[in-house]
Design a protein around this ligand. Structure first.
Ligand code: RI2
Length: 314
């Protein structure tokens, strides 16, 4: 195995100490960069073998957010191209390090651009509802606020891990008007909502969006009350393997995220289910906001084909 940073990053992602599809992608690539920086390699093949093993380990940390394999594959594909050209260990390390830097910078740039594109879709007086915690969504809302737009935000708590509290706290600190509501209150408040804005962990070739559990219920309520439903997501959340019909695996997490251990012991016959994500069908989505432009869900296939000319497994 490739070293401590790889293993500690793997665990941080798995245990959700590092979470959010964009953040886990950057954490994995930062760990690969650290592998380049912190070790001495006697040959290029020693470097590449360790790198490929490290990439495989990182990709296995969480199954749903395609940003993770896409980011790691971006580095590994460049490494493979480089390996085929030959060269010393030093050259190999420096080339892969540059690819890591390139991904990290472009990921941050993408979030900023999404913020700018998305902010144009928020109008003065709007009521916006968001679910979970997404950097891309935060970028849109804080950019709109910085442009002087005045609007109200509802953030759902997002059981079982309450990432909605992070969203509410971050937005309030930036001066936005934000209310935290229980997930079960989403339909009650939907009557007032103009725009629902969520992030994505993966986007399928048919435009379906895989995001935090509860998103599809929010989308249904938005559809019923004719609120716009927007998704803010970097293009590395498009899942290339769905072009050939593969499904995105939905992560099921520990029951202990839902109920305490004592309750579980006292109710041993109760099965506790904890799917971490759900699928919102394209019919309930108006727009997907990426750093490469705005797409109706049915249009993401064009972007996917442009980015992944031939289907690759995620
Ligand atoms: P950004 C998160 O997953 C949420 O589902 C969020 O909507 C999505 O990643 C995208 O987040 P988790 O890691 O990349 O909390 O926009 O399970 O930050």
């Amino acid at each position: 195995m490739a070293g401590d940073t790889i293993e500690s990053t793997y665990l941080q992602i798995k245990e959700m100490e590092v979470r959010g599809a964009g953040r886990i992608a950057r954490a994995a690539v930062s760990a690969l960069k650290d592998y380049c920086d912190k070790r001495r390699f006697s040959s290029a093949s020693e470097f590449y073998n360790g790198l490929f093993a490290a990439g495989g380990r990182l990709k296995s940390a969480r199954p749903t957010a395609v940003s993770l394999p896409n980011a790691v594959n971006y580095v590994l594909a460049a490494a493979r191209r480089n390996q085929s050209k030959g060269g010393s260990a030093r050259e190999a390390v420096s080339a892969v390090r540059a690819v890591c830097d390139d991904f990290l910078a472009s990921s941050l740039r993408a979030t900023k651009t999404i913020g700018e594109y998305g902010a144009k879709r928020i109008k003065d007086g709007d009521v916006v509802l968001t679910h979970c915690n997404s950097e891309a969504v935060t970028a849109v809302l804080t950019t709109a606020h910085a442009m002087g737009k005045r609007f109200e935000v509802y953030a759902t708590e997002t059981r079982p891990r309450f990432q909605g509290r992070i969203t509410a706290s971050v937005l309030a600190k930036k001066g936005l008007d934000v209310s935290l509501i229980p997930d079960s209150a989403a339909r009650v408040y939907m009557r007032k909502v103009d725009v629902v804005l969520v992030g994505a962990d993966a986007i399928a070739a048919n435009g379906a969006v895989i995001n935090k559990i509860g998103t599809s219920q929010v989308a249904l309520a938005a559809h019923e009350s004719r609120a716009s439903f927007y998704v803010a997501a970097e293009s590395y959340k498009l899942s290339p393997s769905t072009m050939t019909g593969e499904l995105v695996e939905i992560e099921h997490r520990s029951p202990l995220e839902v109920v305490p251990r004592a309750w579980l012991r006292a109710n041993a016959k109760v099965k506790v289910k904890n799917p971490a994500f759900d699928v919102t069908p394209p019919e309930y989505i108006d727009l997907i906001i990426t750093e490469r432009g705005l797409f109706p869900p049915q249009g993401v296939i064009l972007l996917m084909k442009e980015l992944y000319d031939e289907p690759r497994p995620a």
